[in-house]
Design a protein around this ligand. Structure first.
Ligand code: SME
Length: 165
């Protein structure tokens, strides 16, 4: 199966052990299941949050000039359910169509605060026909939590979602 068996890493933490490969296998199945989009994005958020350093996971979709929160999984809701494209890390990623990794959110003036305990963030755009149609936003309570494997893995998830959203 495409995408499965190439991530290899097992992440361990207080949530237990998570293998990126078995996660990729579950994600691939549900994304291509034909289920409703909202059910799929909810599932994707819940599954991604099993990764120990992923404290809060959300999927925003582009709606005209704004990003709208479609699904999330985490300890608390965010007040940022709509973010203008161009604002915050989320809005910057949608505008630039590039993944943005922020190792220390308190050092980035673009950062829109949602949770007091967030220390680092990654935002990965979901592209379709050259346009950003959605994005995956992950907050971590750990400083500099996101490394190249996270960028690769979330990039793969975003690629799979691009065919759906
Ligand atoms: N921190 C984001 C806003 C969304 S919350 O993290 C859920 C940003 O700067 O765009």
């Amino acid at each position: 199966m495409k995408g499965v068996g190439k991530f290899g890493e097992v992440m361990a933490g207080e949530k237990g052990k998570v293998s990126y490969d078995s996660l990729a296998e579950r994600l691939e199945k549900i994304i291509h299941s034909g289920s409703q989009k909202k059910a799929i994005t909810d599932f994707v958020c819940r599954e991604l949050r099993k990764i120990p350093h992923y404290t809060w996971v959300g999927i925003y979709v582009v709606d005209g000039p704004e990003l709208v929160l479609a699904s999330w999984s985490g300890p608390a809701a965010t007040q940022h359910v709509r973010i203008p494209i161009g604002q915050g890390i989320c809005g910057a990623a949608a505008a630039s169509k590039e993944t943005i990794v922020v190792p220390d959110v308190n050092a980035d003036p673009r950062y829109l605060q949602c949770f007091l305990n967030t220390r680092s963030e990654i935002v990965v755009p979901v592209m379709k026909d050259g346009a950003a149609v959605a994005e995956i936003d992950v907050d971590s309570d750990q400083l500099a939590a996101f490394e190249p494997p996270d960028r690769d893995f979330l990039g793969w998830v975003a690629g799979e979602l691009g065919g759906l959203l």
